[in-house]
Design a binder for this molecule. Sequence first.
Ligand SMILES: O=P(O)(O)OC[C@H]1O[C@H](OP(=O)(O)OP(=O)(O)O)[C@H](O)[C@@H]1O
Ligand code: HPA
Length: 185
Amino acid sequence: MSHNMENMQQVFQEADCLFDEAQVDQAIERLAQEITAQLKDSNPLVYCVMTGGVVFAGKLLPKLRFPLEVSYIHATRYNNQTSGGGLKWKVEPAETLEGRTILILDDILDEGTTLHAICDYCEGKQPEKVYTAVLVDKQHERKVYPGQKCNFTGLEVADRYIFGYGMDYKGYWRNAPGIYAVKGL
Ligand SMILES: O=P(O)(O)OC[C@H]1O[C@H](OP(=O)(O)OP(=O)(O)O)[C@H](O)[C@@H]1O
Ligand code: HPA
């Protein structure tokens, strides 16, 4: 096994499990109910923010039992590092947003720059309304603006570097079956 693979095995073994698979799935079930109650008659256009949003979107979408359209956008600011830089668009929305109800799905609201910039972009295209849903909201005082929240939030996590359920540590462990905090971070 390469040194990097051994290191990644060790990261997983030493990590603290903050929420196990059953707890995360229960949070996603609750989110599905909240989103359904709010959006079921709005014909929403649902965007998965790649790459981190992919597991959350994959688990959530089959629980939304009403007509909707799905697409993806790709905006990144961490680039597999543990601290964020400026937001870079890799794939902008391909659809017409005007008059539509938009729901953005992402894995984590951390400093909030990513979702703030995505919402700003969408708002500029005259949608009916833009909603955001995240699996986790990291608790700290460094949000883009005080009190920044998503419309739908699955779980609140401590101010540590986390991975699993789509979130990566240096590009790895998006596949981890729970939400884990890296030892010492
Ligand atoms: O609230 P923020 O501080 O802006 O951080 C949250 C964003 O950071 C991660 O994306 P990243 O840029 O790492 O790309 P990824 O989805 O490919 O991991 C994550 O998926 C969110 O989109
Ligand atoms: O804690 C985090 N983990 C993984 N990806 C992230 N993107 C922003 N914060 C995080």
